[in-house]
Design a protein around this ligand. Structure first.
Ligand SMILES: Nc1nc2c(ncn2[C@@H]2O[C@H](COP(=O)(O)OP(=O)(O)OP(=O)(O)O)[C@@H](O)[C@H]2O)c(=O)[nH]1
Length: 929
């Protein structure tokens, strides 16, 4: 029966057929003769049974249909659905069984879902890129790592094949291995190269295998790859490092934290002489050399501890015990957590380098012929020697030695013999010196010696003589006997400067002097003389600049006739407006240019300036004679007179005789004949001459007589002291006498006080210049000063009072007497011993008083008082003298005041005896204008 029919039969469509069947059955029964009555009651029975059966069927049918619907729901996945279980019949059991099956199916599905989820999670969580594809090579999916590596999503790859994704070449590789898998070969691992999401080539290892379906059939291929690019790089690097380690020419040792060698390369074995096995487990300390102090290694340890690195030159030991220098670099190797793991020590053998360095150093610092130090090393040694000398304070001599006549040896015996001689001289000098001394050869036949630690100059002399003697010993040059000497120039430190170059230069200069002095000797450089010479040169240069820069000016100091009060002229005096030192007087700078070429332009500048000034004054109505100072050097120039004539021509309005040239007395004496002829030439031009600073030279009367000077100027040193010093008084008196005898005008310089002027007038000198009249002043001030000058009445009066010879004698006696008394008072004040006093002048004055004094001044009212004062002074002086000898301080103290009073009283009495004492002064004793 077909299912459709069966279903139809089981459906409600069966009901009419059942009724028809029942009817036919009743008809048949009727036909057969069943009684009607039986048929009547049988009919309802049959109908009831039919209906009951129909209902029963219908009910069962419904349950079956419900079961079928639920079973279909189960089949459709509605595992949560449950069949109603009614009764205990087979259908109820079937429903219960279906429910149990659904529960199991639900549990199984849950398990399956969980498994799938887990597998998916696992796949996604895997760090390696994973993919899977079907047996035809179409990709089905991939994990996230795949996406990260390739930039492709699961959707992007789904349904695509290897060629589409990776290109033909890689696809071919994959297909080859996929085919193998599908043939049943086991898992495939193979290397390949693919491009990552950034297009970078990556080295990978593919791993693939098949996966199966539920039927156990191969469903596809699952694969993954491992990116080994970094690994390959690291491998490459490791290989490289291993190569470096192995082939390095530097010895390399790797140690553990305790310095125990855990690996060493071949180069270290070669450098150290140890076999590799000997090195392994040895400690780095094995290489330590006793040349270094333990502190040295401690420093290495500390540097490694603090900085993790140390590098330096170290002496190490070979296996045979020999020592050699290496450049050692040690570095700490740390773990990721920063803890010390290893040390790497790299040994570079620098022994050859050092030897070369030494050779080069030797070549750079030594003379190749004699092996003596050369200039470079000499400079170093000199610096060291200076440093020592500064500390010790001892002398050191820098000597420059040059052989005498060495060229002859070369010329006569040949260059080679000359070389031999130089080598032998070098050897002798080296042997002759002490360890701290140095002998160097700077070239040719010149040697430089540094003699250190000389206690004094005498020791230097001795050493030099010894060296000369040693060099002078005969030489044997391959059988030829040669004698030679040397000349030495010496610069001595600390007498000289401490600059090596300067000392060498000085020694060189001194050596040339030694040569000039006849050779085979030595000469010590006179540093002081040289300093003076250089200072002088500097000053000259500076003064020349001053001349060019108009820093010089002439000041004018008036000369006056004290008696008449008339201004008789002026002396032009040089002033330098120094930018740093202010206004300088000639004494501060002229000495430096004395006898130098600069004397001439300077002297001519003075002449021009003075003449121009005279011309200017003349135009303003002031006619003054001006004297200028001309140096000896300038004066003695052959063309002085002709130049003078030319200069005078420039100032035609100035009367020639208004110009006076002051010549130093000493200059005039140095070449008298020449100076005389020159003065005459100039006098022919109209110029006059004055002998300056007269009295300070050694003029003989003959010279004075012959020199055509118009005027003598008494040197101010005599004027300054003539009131105290009887000798100076005598000189002034003598010069005044000479000027009269030789008919020369006279000017006294240095008149500082009114008393100076008065005394000069009493003695017979009327013209003077000095601060007591006026200081030197600029030209404009001089002009004003002349207009205002009115003279000094005290001098005008004194000018009328000439002292006679007895007056002067009395004045001198009094000076001597005051000096003797002054000496006694000094002794009383504690200066010198009592035996130092000589009272001869007391006796001289006493004699004078009784004889000449009585004759010349006996009539004078103060004469008698003078006698009493002399007596009292004598008596007090004697008492004081005795007290001094006895050490009676009280007596000394009692007599001194009285003696002072008596001394002043005596001076007053003497002055009152002399002419001119009574005129009061108008000026102070010291007066500066
Ligand atoms: N044999 C030799 N001669 C040298 C060397 N260097 C320089 N000379 C010569 O040494 C000589 C040195 O010259 P001088 O010092 O002027 O000669 P000198 O005869 O000693 O003259 P004085 O020093 O004035 O006595 C020159 O002839 C150089 O050619 C050298 O290395 N070997």
């Amino acid at each position: 029966m077909s299912p459709a029919l069966r279903s139809y039969l089981l459906s409600w469509q069966l009901a009419p057929w059942l009724l028809w069947g029942q009817l036919l059955a009743l008809l048949w029964l009727h036909w057969q003769g069943w009684p009607q009555a039986q048929l009547v009651w049988l009919s309802p029975l049959l109908l009831g049974a039919t209906l009951w059966l129909g209902c029963l069927y219908r009910c069962q049918h419904w349950r079956l249909r419900a079961l079928a619907r639920r079973a279909q729901a189960l089949a459709d996945g509605g595992l949560a659905e449950r069949l109603p279980v009614q009764g205990y019949d087979a259908l109820a059991q079937l429903a219960a069984g279906c429910n149990a099956l659904a529960v199991q199916l639900q549990a199984a599905r849950l398990g399956l879902d969980q498994g799938r989820h887990f597998a998916d999670m696992l796949l996604q969580a895997m760090p390696l890129p994973v993919f899977y594809k079907d047996v035809h090579g179409s990709y089905l999916g991939c994990n996230e790592a795949f996406g990260r590596a390739t930039g492709l999503s699961p959707r992007a790859i789904r349904g695509r094949n290897a060629e589409e994704l990776w290109g033909r070449q890689l696809a071919a590789l994959h297909q080859q291995h996929d085919a193998a898998l599908l043939r049943g070969e086991p898992r495939q691992d193979y290397p390949g190269e693919l491009r990552d999401r950034h297009g970078q080539r990556r080295q990978v290892i593919f791993s693939k295998n098949v996966f199966y379906d539920d039927d156990g059939q191969v469903a596809g291929i699952i694969g993954a790859w491992n990116d080994i690019s970094e690994l390959r790089g690291a491998e490459e690097r490791l290989r490289l490092l291993a190569g470096v380690f192995k082939h390095s020419r530097e010895g390399i040792a790797i140690t553990d934290q305790r310095g125990v060698i855990v690996d060493a390369n071949r180069a270290l074995c070669e450098i150290s002489g140890y076999a590799r096995d000997e090195l392994l487990a040895a400690k780095l300390q094995q290489f330590y050399s006793p040349r270094h102090e333990p502190q040295f290694y401690e420093q290495i340890r500390l540097a490694l501890r603090d900085d993790g690195y140390w590098q330096g030159e170290v002496w190490t030991r070979r296996s045979n015990g020999s020592q050699y220098p290496v450049l050692l670099s040690i570095s700490s190797v740390l773990d990721a957590d920063g803890s010390l793991r290893n040390y790497i020590a790299i040994f570079t053998d620098i022994s050859t380098l050092k030897e070369q360095e030494q050779r080069l150093d030797r070549m750079a610092h030594h003379d190749p012929l004699t092996q003596l130090p050369n200039r470079v090393l000499l400079a170093e040694r000199m610096q060291q020697a200076f440093a020592q000398a500064r500390v010790s304070g001892l002398y050191q001599a820098i000597c420059f030695m040059d052989l005498d006549g060495f060229k002859r040896v070369n010329d006569r015996f040949g260059h080679e013999h000359g070389d031999q001689l130089l080598i032998q001289v070098a050897g002798r000098l080296r042997d002759a010196l002490r360890g701290s001394d140095t002998v160097a050869r700077l070239g040719g036949d010149e040697f430089t010696l540094v003699l250190t630690e000389l206690p004094d100059v005498a020791a230097c002399h001795r050493s030099l003589q010894r060296l000369l003697d040693i060099v002078a010993q005969p030489y044997d040059l391959s059988g030829i006997q040669v004698h030679i000497s040397a000349s030495i120039g010496v610069a001595l430190y600390p007498q000289d400067e401490d600059d090596p170059d300067t000392l060498l230069r000085h020694a060189d200069q001194a050596m040339y002097q030694a040569k000039e002095q006849g050779r085979n000797g030595y000469r010590i450089f006179d540093a002081e003389h040289d300093r003076r010479r250089r200072n002088r040169k500097e000053s000259q240069d500076r003064l020349q600049l001053a001349l060019a820069h108009n820093e010089l000016q002439l000041y004018y100091q008036p000369k006056v006739n004290m008696r008449s009060g008339q201004v008789v002229g002026a002396e032009a005096l040089l002033r330098w407006h120094h930018p740093q030192h202010g206004v300088l007087a000639p004494g501060a700078f002229l000495a430096d240019i004395e006898d130098s070429e600069l004397d001439i332009p300077l002297g001519e500048w003075v002449l021009h300036t003075a003449l121009a000034q005279m011309q200017h004054w003349r135009a303003r109505g002031l006619l003054q004679s001006v004297s200028v100072n001309i140096s000896a050097f300038h004066l003695q120039q052959p063309d002085f007179a002709s130049r003078m004539a030319l200069i005078l021509q420039d100032y035609p309005e100035v009367p020639r005789d208004m110009l006076e040239i002051e010549v130093l007395e000493s200059t005039a004496l140095s070449d008298l004949e020449r100076v005389i002829s020159l003065m005459r030439e100039c006098q022919a031009l109209g110029v006059r001459f004055a002998l300056d600073d007269f009295g300070t030279g050694y003029s003989s009367l003959l010279y004075l007589k012959r020199l055509p000077a118009d005027k003598l100027k008494i040197d101010q040193s005599f004027i300054r002291n003539m009131h105290e010093d009887t000798d100076d008084l005598a000189i002034v008196q003598g010069i005044i006498g000479l000027s009269g005898a030789f008919n020369r005008h006279l000017v006294a310089e240095g008149v500082e006080t009114e008393e100076h002027g008065k005394l000069l007038l009493y003695l017979g000198c009327e013209v003077a210049q000095g601060y007591g009249i006026a200081r030197p002043m600029p030209a404009d001030s001089f002009f004003d000063w002349v207009r205002k000058w009115q003279g000094n009445p005290a001098w005008e009066y004194a000018g009328r009072q000439r002292w006679s010879q007895p007056d002067i004698a009395l004045f001198r006696l009094e000076l001597a007497y005051r000096a003797t008394l002054g000496r006694l008072l000094e002794l009383a004040a504690g200066a010198g011993g009592p035996g130092d006093w000589d009272a001869a002048s007391y006796a001289d004055f006493a004699c004078w008083y009784l004889e000449e004094g009585q004759r010349g001044y006996g009539h004078h009212p103060h004469y008698r008082a003078l006698g009493e004062q002399l007596q009292a002074i004598g008596s007090h002086s004697f008492t004081l003298w005795q007290a001094l000898q006895q050490g009676d301080a009280a007596e000394v103290a009692a007599n001194v005041p009285e003696l002072l009073r008596l001394r002043d009283a005596l001076t007053g009495s003497v002055r009152s005896l002399l002419p001119g004492h009574s005129v009061p002064s108008r000026h102070n004793e010291h007066f500066d204008l």
